[in-house]
Design a protein around this ligand. Structure first.
Ligand code: KG4
Ligand code: ZN
Length: 352
């Protein structure tokens, strides 16, 4: 019988490569079967949002327990929907970082067990790079190089994607991720978790007429920061309360959204100008944000960049993007994982 290393080596020039992806880094348990990195044969996402909403945010241990319940059923459903069994896939890909460590370990352990039982190569996937690859699925003709913005609940990264397997971090947040800022401000306003979509929805009914921040220029190290914005909203809400004035929630949402997005868009455009690229590619849950999409399109057009972002279901956590990232690694003979693979909660883009 062939070893998994031998099987992995054959993927470099096999005609069609079918990969089962597994994702469990936060509060979505997901599995997907993807052909040649861009063609979705099935995608199943079991979300825990309703469970964590009771606590106003993700409770790590509760997330781990629910991944354990969902992991195998979700994989089974993904294979069934693709009309396949484990024997039909060429490799198994799993998110091993970044994310909540207990949550990651459930996906990693599940993938290792399946890899061992079926004698299939195991491919280790960096979640942040996975988010970027959602765009390869959405846009079949999209190719690197480009600048990518990964904006989610855990990350705010400006990334230089030189090639399918070359990711380097150009800038990131010095404190909270942008999605975290949306979620925290929503909580202050008494809105349910996750707060990003709520703020986006209410912002459409308001005006960005509150100045939380005096806008500075772009930082030369391309860093951004969100803790100050959250504090500014806290202070504003306190002051209004002390004065006995009514808070216009839609206006707060529109103003916060604008403050969070405008500086980030400027930072991404500045990053792109430092390269010779002509494309900007967005990814991650916050890439669902209607104002971010609109603003990036506008500024991209003004500055000569084509702007891409996936449909919402491919922006938030899913396993399609994980299988896609693994395909490009496999084609280059990279990221084959040992059965001793561990999770890494703080894995950064470009790292292994
Ligand atoms: O990528 P994702 O599913 O998980 C992480 O890897 O973190 O992103 C979830 C984040 C949450 O913070 C959520 O509030 C935010 O994405 N989000 C949004 C929107 N939709 C989701 N933030 C702003 N506007 C939205 N429309
Ligand atoms: Zn994510």
């Amino acid at each position: 019988m062939q070893t998994t290393s031998e099987r992995f080596a054959q993927l470099k020039d096999k005609n069609d490569v079918v990969i089962l992806g597994i994702e469990s880094s936060c509060d979505e348990t997901a599995a997907a079967v993807v052909k040649n990195g861009r063609q979705v044969l099935s995608s199943v996402i079991s979300t825990q949002i309703a469970i964590h909403r009771l606590y106003g945010g993700v409770v790590p241990e509760v997330a781990s327990r629910n991944h354990t319940l969902a992991a195998i059923p979700v994989v089974d459903e993904a294979l069934t929907k693709a009309g396949m069994t484990l024997a039909d896939v060429d490799a198994i890909a799993v998110t091993y970082g970044a994310g909540l460590i207990g949550a990651l370990l459930v996906g990693v352990s599940t993938a290792k067990a399946l890899s061992y039982a079926a004698n299939k190569p195991l491919i280790m996937v960096n979640h942040i790079e996975g988010h970027v690859c959602a765009n390869f699925v959405e846009f079949p003709a999209l190719e690197p190089p480009f600048i990518s913005l990964v904006a989610s609940g855990g990350h705010t990264n400006v990334v230089d994607v030189k090639d399918y397997n070359s990711y380097s971090l150009l800038g990131s947040t010095t404190d909270d991720a942008i999605g975290e800022a949306f979620d925290k401000v929503a909580r202050l306003l008494g809105l349910p978790y996750p707060g990003g979509p709520e703020i986006d929805r209410l912002a459409a009914q308001g005006e960005p007429n509150i100045t939380f921040f005096r806008k500075k220029g772009v930082n030369s190290d391309l860093s951004v920061s969100y803790s100050g914005l959250k504090t500014a909203v806290v202070n504003y809400l306190h002051t209004m309360e002390q004065r006995g004035e009514k808070i216009n929630v839609p206006d707060v949402c529109a103003s916060m959204r604008k403050a969070a997005v405008d500086s980030l868009v400027d930072t991404v455009i500045t990053a792109a100008k430092r390269t010779a690229y002509d494309k900007i590619v967005m990814a991650g849950g916050v890439a669902c944000n209607s104002y971010l999409r609109q603003k990036m399109q506008l500024e991209g057009k003004k500055n000569g960049y084509a702007v891409y972002y996936p449909s919402p279901v491919l922006c938030t956590d899913n396993a399609v993007m994980i299988a896609s990232r693994a395909y490009f690694a496999a084609r280059a003979g990279k990221d084959l994982a040992p059965l001793s693979l561990n999770g890494n909660g703080s894995l950064r883009v470009g790292e292994r």
